[in-house]
Design a protein around this ligand. Structure first.
Ligand code: SF4
Length: 120
């Protein structure tokens, strides 16, 4: 009967227990706000005023695609809302995907705009 022996060379020992890792960051709490009808109307009127005063500028299809690419995975975006027009739940927003076409509008994400700069 043979016996095997475990040889441990000096300096080759390994730590068998996992090293403690940093605790995962707590999940960020997204606050979806539901604007009142009056707030929605005021937001819409403000957007239309800005757009008309600027001469009704729209963006290119490429910029629209870039804006959409930012909105679709956003935690504030609900694409099924408003009969498929979608809804942004960011504070002070409530827009649909129609807003993405307006060169005068911006993303109101609380951490800063997620839309590309310099719409064309
Ligand atoms: S407009 Fe901004 S905050 Fe709203 S859904 Fe799009 S990326 Fe998110």
């Amino acid at each position: 009967m043979s016996t095997s022996r475990l040889r441990v060379r000096k300096g080759s020992a390994r730590l068998l227990t996992p090293e403690p890792t940093a605790a995962p960051a707590p999940a960020r709490r997204i606050v979806m706000t539901e604007p009142t009808v009056a707030e929605l109307a005021a937001n819409f009127a403000g957007a239309m005023e800005r757009w008309s005063l600027a001469g009704f500028p729209t963006i290119s299809p490429q910029t629209y695609a870039a804006r959409s690419a930012a909105c679709e995975p956003c935690d504030y975006w609900d694409g099924a809302a408003r009969f498929g027009l979608g809804k942004c739940g960011a504070p002070d927003c409530g827009c649909t995907k129609f807003k993405r076409w307006l060169a005068t509008e911006t993303c109101k994400h609380p951490d800063g705009s997620r839309w590309p700069e310099n719409p064309s």
